[in-house]
Design a binder for this molecule. Structure first.
Ligand code: HEM
Length: 208
């Protein structure tokens, strides 16, 4: 196969990029504070970072098809694990800081809000994917490991729905704060489309 050599970031730059949002949050706090509702601010930002890192992780395989370089594959796992870490922080801020671990308030709230069902389902899947991301689990699950890890696309879909339904506005009527949820839906759809067999074959032909 004709491999295109791409000069890419070293691994440490990926770690730096994934940790920069924390430095950014610290900087915002020192300069301006986190606004009148700092808990909500942190909840929103941690959710945003988790989504961006998840989409970045999902972009690695399509980028491999587009550039014909396998080098992007090495970033998929660290980006996915960072997405999980920010999602865990997001959840911790919600249950710990926002609701002080008062489960008799949290459980009815989660049951009553559709967007939280999607968030919870996405988190459970992210946890499953993070736990089974090791080489040990890869060996143990053999072919099923690949199948299990395609669930990352379902996870992306659930997170995007969680985002779209959490905003002030109506995504179905395109009214209110729909811009970013819509952008994330479009990005996820493009990433999924590139994985489709006819598109992959067309890209392969283009590289020959
Ligand atoms: C049990 C799991 C989860 C809970 C309880 C939860 C809770 C919340 C809450 C309460 C909000 C609304 C914040 C506000 O507007 O005040 C929110 C928004 C959001 N969450 Fe989650 N979430 C969960 C899982 C996830 C996961 C797994 C991700 C991403 C990987 C995620 C990404 C987001 C995003 C992107 C937003 C919108 C932030 C914005 O408005 O800019 N959430 N979540």
């Amino acid at each position: 196969m004709n491999r295109v050599k791409t000069k890419l970031f070293p691994q440490w730059l990926i770690h730096l990029a994934a940790l920069t949002p924390l430095l950014w949050l610290a900087g915002v706090f020192l300069i301006d504070g986190w606004g009148i509702n700092p808990i909500q601010y942190l909840e929103k930002r941690s959710g945003d970072y988790a989504l961006v890192l998840l989409l970045a992780s999902l972009a690695c395989t399509p980028l491999r098809f587009i550039t014909n370089s396998a080098r992007f594959t090495q970033f998929r796992k660290p980006l996915g694990l960072y997405a999980f870490a920010y999602a865990a922080l997001h959840l911790l801020l919600f249950v710990g800081l926002d609701y002080g671990f008062t489960w008799d308030e949290i459980i009815p709230l989660v049951l009553n809000k559709t967007y939280l069902w999607f968030g919870l389902a996405a988190f459970v899947l992210l946890l499953l994917l993070a736990v089974t991301s090791t080489q040990g689990w890869q060996r143990r699950l053999k072919k099923n490991w690949q199948r299990l890890h395609t669930l990352v696309y379902l996870t992306g879909g659930l997170v995007v729905l969680h985002f779209a339904l959490s905003i002030k506005g109506n995504i179905f009527k395109l009214s209110g704060e729909v811009f970013w949820p819509l952008i994330s839906m479009i990005v996820l759809s493009i990433l999924l489309l590139i994985r489709l067999k006819p598109i992959r074959s067309a890209l392969r032909r283009l590289h020959r």
